[in-house]
Design a protein around this ligand. Structure first.
Ligand SMILES: Nc1ncnc2c1ncn2[C@@H]1O[C@H](COP(=O)(O)OP(=O)(O)OP(=O)(O)O)[C@@H](O)[C@H]1O
Ligand SMILES: [Mg+2]
Length: 237
């Protein structure tokens, strides 16, 4: 059985700068994400991992190429419809935490669920469950400034998981976490894919994530390839 394709991008291209400083970061690449799979994207710093993630998730318009996301031609949609798609179906876990400073951990998760249209009671229950999943069951009432960096990162992860999105994008989700919590998040990302059928894309330098991945991609010099060449691991910093 072939996994359902949730993202199908063709001929993706992104350039930055012009003249002598022009750089083609992604060079006419095809890319797909499948339901129920955790896909890792690795590559050197500056190779375009975050840029690729932004283009296929509707945050950054490609210079060229097409992205079909959940059956929609992402970059032909109006900004309002793209936003609607993101709100209903997409979760993000970013390098910064983007938490609301005046809201507790629980409220940070809950707000997103209420924006999606969940009733307050269900939103509260789901928020607490998601925070428990990431190991923050005893931190739900604390404000971001009362949390450590790794704890804030886990709130952001709980917020994305609580949405139960069909598409989940994570950029270095385990970078601030110790071994135990890194493992826990990796397992949760895989569970999000396997149990809820989400298509999960995770950008990472973290070799611990490899054991949890269904598929590994490598990006370098504007090109995406399957991570099959073991020698590439030696080049990773
Ligand atoms: N808005 C921008 N304007 C100009 N150049 C940019 C812009 N965004 C990214 N770049 C350049 O594009 C290249 C790829 O950036 P990107 O952030 O995608 O890399 P990355 O693989 O995510 O790196 P890292 O692992 O360090 O996060 C870099 O050379 C970067 O300087
Ligand atoms: Mg990046």
């Amino acid at each position: 059985m072939t996994a359902q394709t949730c993202i199908e991008a063709t001929g993706l291209t992104k350039r930055f700068g012009d003249g002598a400083t022009a750089k083609t970061v992604i060079d006419g690449q095809d890319f797909a994400l499948h339901a129920g799979q955790l896909t890792l994207l690795m590559g050197p710093s500056g190779s375009g991992k975050s840029t690729l993630l932004a283009m296929v998730s509707g945050l950054l318009k490609p210079d060229d190429g097409k992205v079909i996301a959940l059956g929609e031609d992402l970059w032909s949609l109006s900004e309002a419809n793209r936003e609607k798609l993101r709100l209903a179906s997409v979760g993000f876990i970013f390098q910064g935490f983007n938490l609301f400073p005046a809201l507790s951990a629980r409220e940070n998760v809950q707000t997103v669920l209420e924006t999606m249209g969940l009733a307050p009671r269900e939103a509260i229950e789901r928020s607490i469950a998601a925070l428990e999943q990431v190991g923050l069951g005893d931190r739900v009432d604390l404000l971001p400034r009362q949390l450590s960096g790794g704890e804030k990162q886990r709130v952001a992860i709980a917020r994305a998981l609580a949405k139960q999105p069909r598409l989940l994008f994570a950029d270095e989700p385990t970078s601030a976490l110790d071994r135990a919590n890194g493992e826990r998040i990796a397992a949760l990302l895989r569970t999000a894919a396997h149990a809820t059928g989400a298509a999960v894309l995770c950008v990472t330098h973290d070799p611990r994530l490899k054991d949890h991945a269904d598929r590994q991609l490598w990006i370098e010099d504007g090109r995406i390839s399957s991570e099959t060449d073991a020698t590439r691991q030696d080049r990773r910093s």
